[in-house]
Design a protein around this ligand. Structure first.
Ligand SMILES: Nc1ncnc2c1ncn2[C@@H]1O[C@H](COP(=O)(O)OP(=O)(O)OP(=O)(O)O)[C@@H](O)[C@H]1O
Ligand SMILES: [Mg+2]
Length: 808
């Protein structure tokens, strides 16, 4: 035990060892909160608590995976197996699958994503003959989501202050839309993201034994990033832990940045009232960043009124100042950043993955992408329009959803006449009317027309019947085939592949590539599980569950690649990088123009910048542009007000243009460059418009008092930062952030060893390690071995696929 706790400082160690009741750890960025949670779990396991008795809730699935890996390193893979870890949504969706019946769902329920929810709201608005200019589907859907996250359900909404507010804003029908929305989700055996939480709360609220079962199971509950939990999440945690008090939450009120989505900073502020015996722990030393970065971030956040006072200091090097590099345009901003990446990577012998570019909104990524492609800098964009949101992929997954759960209305509507099969809008409307009238799903209507007569002609009925047969056929096969086999058949037999491959226009070619990539990922999913040699195959339902819960950060795979990370500040929560660029620090971007109205929202924006800066370990570079293309127009802007909040003792303004301009450096005309003094109009560069047109930011900041001379740079053309193999990889990937299909490897590699395998043999499996064969069943293709692995337990392996060698 001593050994692992040696990696902690005294306050961290005390927080880990104290397990006598509710525990709140409030501490600034980089002070080891996540580390404390990780070590605490390891500590509990070492103390003998079983892994399945621990529930840890994180903000992304990726964070959960990383934490699990660290714990496995600390206590051994075997001891860590079976921990319940993940986001609220993923952990509770699994519980809901098991307990679905108790709340009137089938366990095959599908999950509506944001676009499904909006589309359903839109349909309802249309059906109710409401004006969609007054009832904008996206904002109505957001309002419904907000109500759900506050546990204001349709029954109470109509009588609540929410409905009164709606009336004042002349949207009195939101309550009725909300009610109908919930009915339709139920009829569709579908849950939206918010339902995963609301239904969990309702499940526990209405079923004492079920709740007790989970209270007994989760003997210790730990929550990371507690400051960004919302009302319903807090309510569920409370249901599970109030009776036992075995809860440990960690967070930083200064990093609460999801208020716009309903996160409630009061959860952390009121924790001690909620759990009267709480012990509060503080961590003060930041291990992540240089002193300058910590001090700069502190000086910024000090401008917020509403916060818990706390000390954060660093004993790392003093480090260099934060640097502000103003640019003329978004294009120049991208060039400055790319040049810095190359410069720092070279001087520090670093990797591309040591850099992150953080922006306020996803649309800012474009200029950086373009520049990085030009400069051959490998990058990965996190978030944005997810691969799974593309039309062709949504079409395919809609088929899958209907096969798994035919009641899924949104999916069914999407595919009932795609590809065209003569079931037009008029027919669909009639089906919906019958379904609404009878209170059943669309599928119930079309699959049982004798029970729910549809007023359409005979030929239409025949077409509907053919469609149902098609779906039923796949449903039967789904039981026997793995996700790839059935998934592939559906694409071929539904007519989707014909539709997409028929055309040669460039958009469709991109669709074909996406479809192939998608099939590749499906194959990967199945193979990854099969490579483990497990008998149980991954079904289409497993795949959908896996895909539906990917968050912005999870949707990317292959993190091991050496690439610069591009993401919004929101997505960067909890992460750290040696060098961080915070870009687009302008008045109409950061703070977001939506927040300029209220102090509360402005404080959230300031916290957002605090989060951004505190991601940096050694270098933090801020940029802003004088003009940029937005929404098809060239817009001019002034620097963000937040820049002034940062104490100038820790911030320096520099011209980033010292190595700007490929043409300039290629011509070799420049032998030296000067930092900073361009603001005072003394730039040595001739012909720079910088001099003729002083930068607007320049006048607002004092230039670096000690301009530095920078060594001449190599002309860029002579330096190839990429190895030929990496360049090839980049070409293969087409600059895309998704895996190319040709990486899919077949694992059908039955080794000759398998035929010789006997009971009593000791084998070494590539993932499960060393184990003894207890039994062999079946023969040839179907031969299975039951193996007791030393560290990973007993498993059944399908010998055709399992990868192992016989040791003795
Ligand atoms: N006692 C320690 N010794 C060495 N390194 C430490 C120690 N405590 C924390 N660190 C390191 O400092 C960094 C920040 O820790 P961690 O991510 O746990 O902080 P955090 O408080 O969760 O930050 P954030 O507020 O950004 O979520 C990590 O790289 C971590 O490994
Ligand atoms: Mg953390």
């Amino acid at each position: 035990m001593e050994d692992i706790l040696d990696n902690l400082n005294d306050s961290q160690r005390t927080a880990v060892e104290w397990c006598d009741g509710p525990q709140l750890v409030i501490a600034g960025a980089g002070s080891g909160k996540t580390r404390v949670l990780t070590y605490k779990i390891a500590y509990l396991l070492r103390k003998g608590l079983a892994p399945w008795n621990i529930l840890a809730l994180t903000f992304t699935n990726k964070a959960a995976r990383e934490m699990k890996e660290r714990i496995a390193n600390l206590v051994g893979t075997d001891r860590a197996r079976g921990l319940h870890m993940g986001t609220f949504h993923s952990v509770f969706s699994h519980i809901l699958r098991v307990e679905a019946e108790a709340i009137g769902y089938q366990s095959s329920f599908t999950i509506y994503d944001q676009s499904d929810s909006r589309s359903l709201v839109k349909n309802i608005i249309k059906e109710m003959d409401l004006d969609d200019k007054i009832y904008k589907p996206a904002s109505v859907a957001d309002r419904i989501s907000m109500a759900k996250n506050h546990l204001v359900l349709p029954q109470t909404y109509a009588m609540s202050a929410w409905a009164k507010d709606d009336a004042i804003r002349r949207q009195p029908s939101i309550s009725a839309i909300y009610k109908r929305y919930c009915e339709r989700c139920r009829q569709s055996n579908a849950m939206d993201f918010d339902d995963l939480l609301v239904n969990t709360f309702m499940l526990f609220d209405a079923n004492e034994e079920v709740l007790q079962k989970y209270i007994d199971r989760f003997q210790y509950v730990l929550v990371d990033e507690y400051q960004d939990t919302n009302y319903v999440q807090q309510a569920i945690v409370s249901q599970l832990t109030k009776p036992t008090g075995r809860i440990c939450v960690v967070g930083d009120d200064a990093q609460s940045i999801y208020g716009f989505r309903g996160a409630n900073i009061d959860n952390i502020l009121n924790f001690q009232q909620e759990y009267p015996n709480t012990r509060l722990f503080k961590l003060e030393r930041n291990y992540r960043s240089t002193q300058n970065i910590v001090d700069a971030a502190n000086s910024l956040i000090r401008h917020n009124q509403r916060q818990i006072p706390k000390t954060v200091y660093s004993k790392n090097d003093e480090g260099e100042h934060l640097v502000l590099k103003p640019a003329y345009s978004d294009k120049e901003e991208a060039i400055i950043v790319c040049n810095d990446i190359r410069r720092i990577r070279k001087t520090e012998n670093g990797r591309y993955c040591d850099f992150a570019i953080l922006y306020r909104t996803n649309s800012q990524s474009r200029a950086f992408e373009e520049q990085m492609l030009k400069d051959n800098i490998p990058y990965r964009i996190y978030g944005g329009l997810s691969f799974y949101q593309r039309k062709e992929i949504k079409d395919v997954t809609a088929y899958y959803r209907v096969v798994v759960n035919p009641d899924d209305e949104e999916a069914l509507r999407r595919i009932i006449n795609y590809p065209a099969r003569g079931i037009g809008d008029t027919t669909l409307r009639k089906i919906i009317d019958v379904a609404n009238h009878d209170g059943v799903s669309l599928w119930s209507v079309i699959s049982q027309p004798h029970l729910h007569p549809i007023p359409v002609g005979k030929s239409t009925l025949t077409r509907l019947d053919a469609f149902c047969q098609l779906i039923e056929g796949w449903r039967v096969r789904m039981a026997a085939e793995d996700a790839y086999e059935i998934g592939h058949s559906i694409i071929m037999e539904s007519g989707i592949s014909k539709e997409i491959y028929a055309s040669k226009n460039p958009d469709d070619v991109a669709r074909q590539e996406n479809l192939e990539e998608f099939l590749g990922s499906l194959k990967d999913f199945v193979e990854n599980h099969r490579e483990e040699g497990l008998v149980e195959q991954m079904s289409l339902a497993d795949y959908l569950q896996d895909v539906a819960l990917l968050t912005d950060l999870d949707s990317e795979q292959g993190d091991e690649d050496d690439r610069v990370a591009l993401m919004t500040v929101h997505s960067a929560k909890g992460l750290e990088f040696p060098t961080v660029f915070v870009v687009g620090l302008e008045e109409n971007i950061f703070p977001s123009p939506m927040s300029a109205g209220s102090t509360r929202e402005l404080e959230e924006e300031r916290r957002l910048l605090y989060v951004a800066i505190t991601r940096a370990e050694r270098h933090c570079i801020l940029t802003c542009a004088q003009n940029r293309w937005r929404y098809g127009k060239l817009e001019y802007d002034t620097p963000s007000r937040f820049i002034k909040d940062i104490d100038t003792r820790f911030l320096r303004v520099e011209s980033g243009r010292q190595d700007y301009g490929r043409a300039e450096s290629l011509s070799g005309s420049r032998t030296k460059s000067v930092y900073g003094n361009s603001f005072s109009g003394q730039s040595s560069r001739s012909g720079s418009s910088w001099q003729q047109n002083p930068h607007p930011v320049a006048s607002q900041f004092k230039a670096d008092p000690k301009p530095r001379i920078v060594a001449p740079r190599q002309p860029e053309s002579s330096v190839d930062p990429l190895s030929p193999s990496f360049r090839q990889q980049l070409q293969n990937a087409g600059g895309s952030r998704f895996k190319p299909v040709n990486r899919v490897v077949s694992s059908n590699s039955a080794s000759s060893a398998t035929t010789a395998l006997k009971e009593g043999n000791v084998i070494e499996h590539q993932r499960f390690g060393v184990g003894t064969v207890l039994r062999i069943d079946g023969s040839g293709e179907n031969a299975k071995a039951t193996v007791e692995f030393r560290n990973t337990g007993t498993k059944q392996l399908l010998l055709k696929f399992a990868k192992f060698k016989i040791v003795q």
